[in-house]
Design a binder for this molecule. Structure first.
Ligand SMILES: Nc1ncnc2c1ncn2[C@@H]1O[C@H](COP(=O)(O)OP(=O)(O)O)[C@@H](O)[C@H]1O
Ligand SMILES: [Mg+2]
Length: 337
């Protein structure tokens, strides 16, 4: 098939997307597809230069907000669908992470041009990007998720409802950007202010101690459960994208019953947000064995260190086949609404 791979973009996860996209390009070519990379921030990519720049891996910190604002100012927006490489593609593989590439904007641009795109459509993407709405829908679908309050909110109310420690995070960000583990009551409002630098909506959430688990969904089926073991307290940006900062275990060391339970939660969460194709659903597992859904990722990372590729490998699906299956899922249906 002729495939346009979208990579880069102008969100804080730009560098991760560049790494994902290059791997996806290689994988699709090795599976026999005619794949071309397109960066919606500029319309083109200089693949050899990009490969050289990315050879050392993803930088330890995201690009500065100034750099991203500059990229966003020159971004293609709706003109993306008119680029020949995109317009003439059989399927668009969306390897963008965060921002317009994951929140439904790019999905809507492509769908309105009648183009088939991997993963979820505009509605599911927007719902998954919004943690407040996601959590409301998880609860409605019987998927447990920790109590939360949206800012602005008085410190007393947050402490009464959620206790300490608690998590403060932007409602619509990714890669743990702008997130704080608050241990002291005096830090609640400063943490809210910090998160507000990244999003117009900020959430305070009950802290769930225990283990970090993730479940990939591919074509409606749950992949083997993964556990992330981090040296620090949080699975933060650096731990996510620096080799050796976190250890991932596939399949996670869980009983058959616990595995089935968290996979069932993941399938329900996927359906609750009307997701399509593939996604990764993140959970905490409390010391009493209960599972708490954190969020769904509709354009999960596809780098070497990323979780969906590891989950697929544990299921006996090599990376080129994973990418090929994601493309075929998109090719099989009309563009998602
Ligand atoms: N309520 C919580 N309890 C415990 N840890 C949390 C909680 N919320 C977030 N975290 C930690 O922060 C990380 C990122 O949070 P997450 O909600 O998945 O947002 P993001 O979209 O930034 O990935 C999680 O993987 C987890 O390690
Ligand atoms: Mg997450």
């Amino acid at each position: 098939m002729r495939i346009a791979v979208l990579l880069g973009g102008s969100s804080s996860e730009r560098d991760v997307s560049l790494a994902s996209g290059l791997r996806v390009l290689d994988a699709l070519r090795s599976a026999g597809h005619d794949a071309t990379g397109v960066d919606p921030a500029s319309g083109v990519i200089d693949e050899p230069a990009l490969r050289a720049a990315m050879a050392a891996g993803v930088a330890r910190t995201p690009p500065t907000r100034e750099a991203l604002a500059q990229l966003a100012a020159g971004a293609l927006g709706p003109r993306l669908a008119a680029l020949p490489a995109v317009r003439d593609a059989d399927v668009v593989f969306n390897a963008l992470h965060g921002g317009a590439g994951e929140d439904g904007t790019v999905q809507a641009i492509l769908a309105s041009a009648g183009l088939r795109c991997t993963g979820s459509g505009p509605l599911g993407s927007a719902l998954a990007m919004d943690k407040d709405l996601s959590k409301t829908l998880f609860r409605a679908a019987g998927v447990p998720t920790a109590d939360w309050r949206m800012a602005p909110v008085a410190t007393d109310e947050v402490l009464g409802a959620l206790g300490l420690p608690l998590i403060v995070k932007p409602s619509k960000q990714g890669s743990t950007v702008g997130l704080t583990l608050v241990k002291d009551a005096t830090d609640v409002q400063p943490a809210i202010a910090r998160a507000a630098e990244h999003d117009d909506e900020v959430m305070c959430e009950r802290y769930v101690p225990g283990r970090e688990l993730t479940v990939g969904i591919l074509g409606g089926e749950a992949l083997p459960v993964g556990e992330i073991i981090t040296a620090g307290e949080l699975y933060d940006y650096e731990a996510k994208y620096t080799a050796g900062m976190a250890r991932e275990v596939f399949p996670a060391d869980l009983s058959a019953a616990a595995t089935a339970q968290v996979q069932d939660h993941a399938r329900r969460a996927f359906a609750a947000l009307k997701l399509r194709g593939y996604a990764r659903i993140d959970f905490r597992m409390a010391p009493d064995g209960s599972f708490w859904c954190l969020e769904a990722n509709t354009n999960p990372g596809m780098t070497e260190l990323s979780l969906i590729p590891q989950a697929a490998a544990a299921a006996g699906i090599p990376f080129p086949e994973l990418c090929d299956r994601i493309v075929r899922l998109a090719a099989a249906e009309p563009p998602a609404r």
